[in-house]
Ligand binder design. Structure first.
Ligand SMILES: NC(=O)c1ccc[n+]([C@@H]2O[C@H](COP(=O)([O-])OP(=O)(O)OC[C@H]3O[C@@H](n4cnc5c(N)ncnc54)[C@H](O)[C@@H]3O)[C@@H](O)[C@H]2O)c1
Ligand SMILES: O=c1ccn([C@@H]2O[C@H](COP(=O)(O)OP(=O)(O)O[C@H]3O[C@H](CO)[C@@H](O)[C@H](O)[C@H]3O)[C@@H](O)[C@H]2O)c(=O)[nH]1
Length: 484
């Protein structure tokens, strides 16, 4: 029986391995992690991540051919194919801080593999890593090899959170990069044989290691670039009376462009886009490609501008101050159908409003109070590092100005303004008349996700602002952009 072990039981390791176990009943899959509480959660009825369809897949295989364990070294030693899906955060200190990927966790996993291995292994990079990481990993493994042979493959993951199970069941493509030697080709084939159980052959693409590593960074950069492009247009729409949804529809109808990923928003979030673009920028800089680095930096810059612009709209609409005013925040996760808050636009928007002394009442259907308070008290880039390395402000300071509540009506009761920051479906169905009646007047609603029916809400009496939409007369003549 082929034995697969995955190091890292996170958003990628857990669901990806569960899908392999589901589709390959004859393969034993063990997911290991140094975080014992995370492993305990994977072995319980409350999985550590919320992802539609994940519970069913895990329940179908756990205890049969899918196992979660904190006994990292034993399962690594036993495996034929080792996936490494540890975090690769942005460096917070030292050379490249704020841009470069921190490979500490990857390197320590590689050293441990070298130490405990007694049989030949295929080591698969599942984490998103800088191009050429495989070369560094090869060096670590081969210098410490004890006669064992390692083949390194790059197999980046393209799943998006909220749709992870669908993405894994039916991926647009699976990418496998490896050495162009006979041993490298054999390793590629072995991994291809695993995916070929459910992924059509023409969707499994093989290539050289460096192309595979770079393709992952390129894909995220280009996806994020589309969002920054439409978000940049949204500012121009507001200035001219155009409607960004109509513009996106017209542009997306061109089959060369396509309609997906053109939804203007308060800004993209998530653990990947910003981190991976900054990583790309750093690699460009290290290769002396200043113009290329500056080009990609601009994608992040527009994203930051979009979040700042939103805060500016809120504050300037409400008589240029939100000091002491209750503002309801609807949605804190970085997108709907996930409880993940990593780099969520809501974090920066809340910080902006707190900077103006607002009192925030936050509701998200999937994010716990402890997580929200932690996010609002954490330093930039610390979230993806282990707990003991994270630096916080005192969360009790934050809780003086922030309350976290369990439904949208409680959040909005007595509020001066409402900000919609995640596109949860339930926000489309709210009784906005009831919300309006419970608010101070004038009652403002700022829609960062274009989920509300603007005409209906204006009829109720709300003053509305929606990203990239024709402006309410109230908002029209107010300053639009934050100072640069
Ligand atoms: N989250 C996504 O949607 C997504 C999608 C595609 C790719 N990626 C990439 O996949 C990688 C993992 O992302 P994630 O979101 O699953 O991260 P995560 O933080 O949820 O999980 C990583 C896990 O690795 C564990 N870990 C770290 N070092 C370890 C070690 N030496 N031994 C054992 N366990 C160790 C951590 O405890 C953690 O549980 C990152 O490189 C990320 O960029 C993420
Ligand atoms: O038209 C759009 C599409 C997305 N977003 C926002 O962009 C962010 C990222 O969304 P999405 O890409 O759907 O989720 P992620 O889970 O971050 O997935 C991205 O990052 C992963 C990690 O690398 C990759 O594997 C995926 O392919 C890539 O889509 C979220 O805040 C979305 O709200 C928009 O604002 N407008």
């Amino acid at each position: 029986m082929v034995k697969i072990c995955c190091i890292g039981a996170g958003y990628v390791g857990g669901p990806t391995m569960a899908m392999i176990a589901l589709k390959c009943p004859d393969i034993q899959v063990v997911v290991v992690d140094i975080a014992v509480p995370r492993i305990n959660a994977w072995n319980s009825d409350n999985l550590p991540i919320f992802e539609p369809g994940l519970d069913e897949v895990v329940k179908a295989c756990r205890g049969k051919n899918l196992f979660f364990s904190a006994d990292v070294e034993r399962h690594v030693a036993d495996a034929d194919i080792l996936f490494v899906s540890v975090n690769t955060p942005t460096k917070t200190q030292g050379l490249g801080a704020g841009k470069a990927a921190d490979l500490t966790y990857w390197e320590s996993a590689a050293r441990m593999i070298a130490d405990v291995s007694k049989t030949d292994k295929i080591v698969v990079e599942k984490s998103t890593v800088p191009v050429k990481t495989a070369e560094a990993i090869e060096k670590i493994l081969n210098v410490n090899h004890n006669g064992i042979k390692f083949q390194i493959l790059s197999n980046p993951e393209f799943l998006a959170e909220g749709t992870a199970i669908e993405d894994l069941k039916c991926p647009d493509r699976v990418l496998i990069g490896g050495r162009e030697t006979p041993e490298g080709k054999k390793a590629i084939q072995a991994l291809k044989d695993v995916y070929a159980r459910w992924v059509p052959e023409d969707r499994i693409i093989t290539m050289n290691l460096w192309s595979a590593e770079l393709s992952k960074l390129a894909a995220n950069a280009i996806l994020a670039q589309r969002i920054s492009s439409i978000n940049a247009m949204s500012a121009l729409c507001e200035a001219t009376g155009a409607d960004v949804t109509q513009v996106a529809h017209a542009v997306g109808k061109d089959s060369r462009v396509g309609s997906r990923f053109l939804n203007a928003s308060v800004g993209y979030g998530g653990s990947c886009f910003q981190k991976d673009i900054l990583n790309l920028v750093y690699i460009c800089e290290c290769n002396g490609l200043t113009e290329v680095a500056n080009y990609w930096k601009q994608v992040v810059h527009i994203n930051d501008y979009q979040k700042a612009r939103f805060v500016k709209r809120v504050v300037s609409s409400m008589f240029n101050t939100v000091s002491g005013k209750k503002i309801a925040i609807l949605g804190f996760a970085f997108k709907k159908d996930t409880g993940d808050t990593r780099e969520a636009a809501a974090i920066d928007v809340c910080h902006g409003l707190l900077g103006d002394n607002a009192k925030l009442s936050i509701y998200d259907p999937q994010v716990a109070e402890s997580q929200i308070l932690k996010d609002l008290s954490m330093n930039k880039f610390d979230w993806d590092h282990p707990l003991h390395l994270q630096q916080y402000m005192d969360p009790s300071e934050i809780s003086k100005s922030v309350s976290v509540v369990s439904d949208a009506y409680e959040a909005t009761k007595g509020a001066h303004g409402v900000c919609i920051l995640t596109e949860w479906d339930e926000f489309k169905e709210l009784d906005y008349k009831r919300i309006y009646d419970g608010m101070h007047k004038p009652a403002f609603i700022f829609d960062g996700r274009n989920v509300i029916d603007v005409d209906a809400l204006r009829k109720i009496g709300f003053i509305t602002y929606s990203i990239g939409k024709p402006l309410d007369p109230w908002v029209k003549d107010l300053p639009a952009a934050p100072p640069s």
